[in-house]
Design a binder for this molecule. Structure first.
Ligand SMILES: Cc1cc2nc3c(=O)[nH]c(=O)nc-3n(C[C@H](O)[C@H](O)[C@H](O)COP(=O)(O)OP(=O)(O)OC[C@H]3O[C@@H](n4cnc5c(N)ncnc54)[C@H](O)[C@@H]3O)c2cc1C
Length: 495
């Protein structure tokens, strides 16, 4: 890829690296956490400070707590965290960690929900919070080159004056980073029509496990580039193959017209059936989101009165495009919603109203924090035609196990997010919650779906991979890992 290269400023001589290839991710290693003696640790930290600067190394136990995990429940303390500002520093830090035999875990904003950024084998965490520059916005060719620590929404804000935006919009977009989005192949409400992150990545700069800096993909606005599709392989690889240091992304033009429709339903079933009906009618809305009564209650309590009281489910549907086509799609959507039992169909009357509805939808997970101190969110996918069946199973499970489960999800994609709300301080409850989560995922698989729509496998779903992959499938995946990182140094513990 012809991404303009920054000054890499390499400071470690290449011959410093002669680490054995056996790392914590290698089965023969046995997964032991490396515990260096004090002298080794001090020498490592001193050399790390030499690479990134003294103010860019975190090693105090109290400060390391923030880097122990993400939104998933697993926690593990790293030996140190470094906050590089250049690709060269990332390369040197990885080589130094290899030299000492420490694994490396890449980290963005830590909003992941599957334990991807949890340094389960300790070692060095390299966080991208100081690599957040936009290197270039090429409005004419509708693309941008950004550093991995750039917060998702900041790219759209920067592209706004050109009438452009970055389409993947995870609900975490005000916090999560482009690097994290790429590593998890993030989705979002508006990915139904435009595709998930991988559909918007054109090229990449990345650091391999031996510190080599490589470029792949293309800078042209067409996604076709000579060679294997490395950006495709790295996107969604959860930080296990390479450390991404720059991404060339596609930007999209803003639609001429947008209509946002809110449909209120008395039953789950009707909302599920309306979802299928809209897609079957050949309309692909820009977004089609499902919010259940539990979530609506939390949103109302959290200052979103436009989310109405006393309904079991609502659909938030957005259509966009050229004015006339958009008006026609909206008319069809409204008719279908009414036909499938919507008690009321409202159209957002202003930009401000639309924005508030989306702020509520994207803040739903935060609002659920009002109902319980902990949540465990699932990410199963089912064929849209089986949505109602699986949601019913989730409701039955909640009743049987006496658990509070909220549902707020990307219905158009069939990407369920049953969210088990609980209090981890109650003895034995976390184990019951994990079991219930497993049962939900099993129901998704049994319905012909899969384990993850967007949150990744991480630590959370590693044990369930055999449900969806044969031994041959897993062996093939392992081959790819071996090509990039034979010893398992990068983000070990994640399949
Ligand atoms: C409230 C809330 C709402 C959410 N909504 C959505 C949603 O709608 N859609 C969705 O897909 N997800 C959603 N998520 C999950 C999460 O925000 C995404 O997975 C996001 O992409 C993670 O980005 P991050 O910067 O926080 O990455 P982190 O959590 O820090 O890391 C995620 C993974 O990426 C790897 N990684 C990070 N940076 C790099 C890099 N530079 N190079 C290589 N690997 C790297 C890490 O090792 C880890 O495996 C939500 C989370 C929350 C808390």
């Amino acid at each position: 890829m012809r991404i303009p290269q920054p000054d890499h400023g390499a400071t470690l001589a290449p011959d410093l690296v002669h680490t054995p290839s056996l790392g914590p991710g290698s089965p023969a290693y046995g997964g032991a956490i490396p515990h260096p003696d004090e002298l080794t640790r001090a020498r490592f930290l001193s050399q790390l400070r030499g690479i990134v600067g003294a103010g860019a190394v975190v090693s105090e136990p109290a400060a390391l707590v923030s880097y122990e995990g993400d939104g998933y429940m697993a926690r593990s303390r790293p030996l140190a965290v470094c906050l590089p500002t250049t690709t060269g520093q990332v390369s040197d830090a990885i080589r130094l960690a290899r030299l000492y035999g420490f694994p490396v875990t890449p980290r963005g904003a830590g909003t992941g929900l599957s334990g991807g950024a949890t340094p389960i084998h300790g070692g060095l965490v390299i966080a991208t919070s100081r690599m957040s520059k936009i290197r270039e916005i090429d409005a004419e060719n509708m693309r941008a080159i950004v550093e991995p620590g750039l917060v998702n929404i900041d790219l759209t804000r920067a592209a706004e004056p050109f009438g452009l935006y970055f389409a993947p919009d995870p609900s975490s977009q005000t916090a999560s980073t482009i690097g994290g989005n790429v590593a998890e192949n993030a989705g979002g409400p508006h990915c139904l029509a435009y595709g998930v992150t991988t559909n918007h990545v054109l090229g990449m700069e990345a650091v391999l496990v031996d510190g080599t800096i490589v470029s792949c993909g293309t800078m042209a606005s067409s996604p076709d580039a000579p060679g294997y599709d490395f950006p495709g392989i790295l996107t969604g690889s959860e930080g296990t193959l390479a450390f991404v240091t720059a991404v060339c992304v596609r930007l999209m033009p803003r639609a001429e017209t947008v209509r946002t429709v809110l449909a209120l339903f008395d039953t789950f079933n009707d909302a599920g059936a309306a979802t299928s009906a809209i897609i079957q009618a050949g309309i692909i809305p820009a977004a089609l989101e499902f919010v259940d009564g539990v979530t609506i209650g939390a949103l109302r309590g959290g200052g979103f009165p436009e989310y109405p009281e006393g309904v079991e489910a609502l659909l938030l549907v957005e259509v966009e495009g050229l004015s006339e086509a958009c008006a026609e799609d909206a008319r069809q959507v409204e008719a279908l919603l009414a036909q499938y039992g919507a008690r009321e169909v409202r159209v957002a009357a202003s930009v401000a109203e639309r924005q508030r509805l989306w702020r509520g939808r994207k803040g739903a997970l935060g609002a659920l924090g009002r109902l319980a101190p902990n949540y465990y969110i699932q990410d199963g996918v089912v064929p849209r035609s089986r949505l109602v069946e699986v949601l019913t199973k989730v409701q039955d499970l909640a009743k049987r196990e006496n658990l509070l489960i909220a549902n707020v999800f990307h219905a158009g994609d069939g990407n369920l997010h049953p969210n088990i709300l609980y209090d981890a301080r109650i003895p034995g409850l976390t184990e019951r919650v994990i079991k219930a989560g497993e049962e939900i995922l099993r129901a998704c698989i049994d319905a012909g779906g899969t384990l993850s729509g967007e949150h990744g496998v991480g630590l959370e779903k590693a044990a369930y991979l055999d449900w969806v992959m044969s031994p041959a499938d897993r062996a093939t995946q392992a081959c790819v890992k071996r090509v990039f990182d034979e010893g398992g140094w990068l983000n070990p513990g994640k399949p």
